[in-house]
Design a protein around this ligand. Structure first.
Ligand code: SF4
Ligand code: SF4
Length: 368
C-alpha cells in the first residue's frame, strides 16, 4: 500500500471540473450541505468537492473526510449547467483513499467493504433466506430480494413477493448473497465471489431474468460487467408492464429513489401505476429529476445516522405538507430510512409501492 499520494484526477475529468462557473446552483440542491449547515457543521459541498478535493493537492487529503457526507444522490449533477458529475468524483476519491491509506477511510465504510469480503451482506452477518415458500427448480424469473431488504425490511419484501405471486408472475427465489453493489459507493471494486455465487444460482434456476425491488441491485445487475448477460427489471417496471391498477381511500404521494431515478432514469414506471389512483395520487413539490434525497445513500446512513435521519425527516414533512397520508417509494434504503425518521404523531405512513398494493388486496388487479 502506498501512503498519501494526494488525490489524482485524470486530465479529462480535471478539464471538466475546471469548467465550473461557480454558479452555485448545486449548493441549493445538496441535502447534506443543507442539513449540516443547519447544524453548524462543515461540509465542502458539491462545488468544492468538484473544484478543490479533485485536484492534485496533497493538502486536499486533510479535508477528504468530508466526502463521506455525500449521499451520492446526484441532485447537484441534475442542475449543474457544466455537467459535472460529483457522485463519480466522490466514488473515485473514496476509492483512492481506500487504496492508498485504508485507515483514513471512514470506519463505517471500511467495515462495510470488509463485510462484503467475508460475509454475504454489508452487515457482517449472513443473509437471511427470504421467500423460501416460492422456491422452484425452474422459473421464468428469479426474484432477488437483496441484503438490505432481507436485513432491514423483511416484512415489506415478503409483501412484494406475495403480490407478484398473486398477479401470476412465474418466479423463484435463490440462496442470495449481496449483489456486491454497495462497493461502488465505497469506491471499491465489486467482490467477484459475490457475483459468482449469485450468477450460479440464477442460472441454476434455468433463467437469466431477474426481478428486484432494490435500485442498487438493479444498477449493479444491469451495469456491472460481472453480471453481463442478465436481463433485469425493477418491480415498478414489472408492475407497469402488467398494467396493475388499484383503488385507495388514502391520499398517496411518491418519493423517487435517487438510484432508480437520477442514476437510472426510471421515473415513469411507478407513476403509470400511481396514476391509476386518479386524484388520490399527488406529486411532491420536488419530484422526478428534482426529487429530494432521503439521506440514506452513499454510505451516509451507516456513517452518519443522525444526519441521514435529519434529511429523511425533511422529506417526510414535505409529504405531510403536500396533504398526503401515505408516502410510497420502492427502495429498501429509502423505505427504512423514511420509516426510521417517522415520529409517533406523524400522519404520514411509509410503504414500498408493491407492499402497499398487496395490502389493497382484491382492489389490486393486473390488466395485461
Ligand atoms: S451527490 Fe447529492 S449529497 Fe453529494 S454533493 Fe451532490 S447533491 Fe450533495
Ligand atoms: S452547479 Fe456546476 S458549475 Fe455551478 S457551482 Fe455547482 S459544480 Fe460549479
Amino acid at each position: 500500500m502506498t501512503k498519501n499520494q494526494g488525490i489524482q484526477t485524470p486530465p479529462k475529468e480535471l478539464a471538466k471540473i475546471e469548467g465550473c462557473i461557480n454558479c452555485g446552483l448545486c449548493l441549493s440542491r445538496c441535502p447534506s450541505l443543507r442539513a449540516l449547515a443547519q447544524a453548524d457543521e462543515f461540509y465542502a459541498g458539491p462545488r468544492d468537492v468538484a473544484t478543490s478535493l479533485s485536484r492534485l493537492e496533497t493538502d486536499a487529503w486533510a479535508t477528504a473526510d468530508t466526502i463521506y457526507y455525500c449521499t451520492m444522490c446526484a441532485a447537484c449533477e441534475a442542475v449543474c449547467p457544466m455537467g459535472i458529475v460529483v457522485p463519480d468524483l466522490v466514488a473515485r476519491i473514496r476509492g483512492q483513499i481506500l487504496q492508498q491509506d485504508e485507515e483514513s477511510a471512514h470506519r463505517a465504510h471500511r467495515a462495510m467493504q470488509q463485510s462484503l469480503e467475508t460475509s454475504s451482506t454489508i452487515y457482517g452477518q449472513e443473509i437471511e433466506a427470504i421467500g423460501r415458500e416460492y422456491r422452484k427448480d425452474r422459473a421464468e424469473w428469479v426474484f432477488f430480494g437483496g441484503c438490505v431488504f432481507s436485513y432491514t425490511e423483511p416484512e415489506s419484501i415478503a409483501e412484494t413477493m406475495a403480490l407478484l405471486a398473486r398477479l401470476g408472475v412465474d418466479f423463484t427465489t435463490i440462496d442470495e448473497k449481496c449483489c456486491g453493489g454497495p462497493s461502488a459507493v465505497l469506491g471499491a471494486p465489486l467482490v467477484p465471489a459475490l457475483a459468482t455465487h449469485n450468477l450460479a444460482r440464477i442460472e441454476a434456476a434455468g433463467t437469466r431474468k431477474v426481478i428486484t425491488a432494490c435500485p442498487r441491485c438493479y444498477l449493479t445487475f444491469s451495469r456491472d460487467p460481472a453480471y453481463a448477460g442478465l436481463e433485469v427489471i425493477h418491480t415498478t417496471e414489472l408492475l407497469a408492464e402488467l398494467g396493475v391498477r388499484a383503488e385507495t381511500e388514502d391520499v398517496v404521494t411518491y418519493h423517487d429513489p435517487c438510484e432508480l431515478g437520477r442514476l437510472r432514469g426510471e421515473y415513469d414506471a411507478a407513476r403509470q401505476v400511481l396514476r391509476g389512483f386518479g386524484e388520490r395520487f399527488i406529486e411532491l413539490p420536488h419530484a422526478g429529476a428534482l426529487s429530494d434525497c432521503c439521506g440514506a445513500g452513499g454510505g451516509v446512513r451507516g456513517a452518519f445516522t443522525r444526519l441521514s435521519l435529519q434529511i429523511a425527516r425533511r422529506r417526510l414533512l414535505q409529504a405531510e405538507e403536500a396533504g398526503a397520508n401515505v408516502l410510497l417509494t420502492e427502495c429498501p434504503s429509502c423505505l427504512h430510512n423514511l420509516r426510521n425518521a417517522r415520529r409517533r404523531q406523524d400522519r404520514v405512513e411509509v410503504y414500498n409501492l408493491s407492499e402497499y398494493l398487496n395490502r389493497l388486496t382484491s382492489s389490486c388487479q393486473r390488466t395485461s
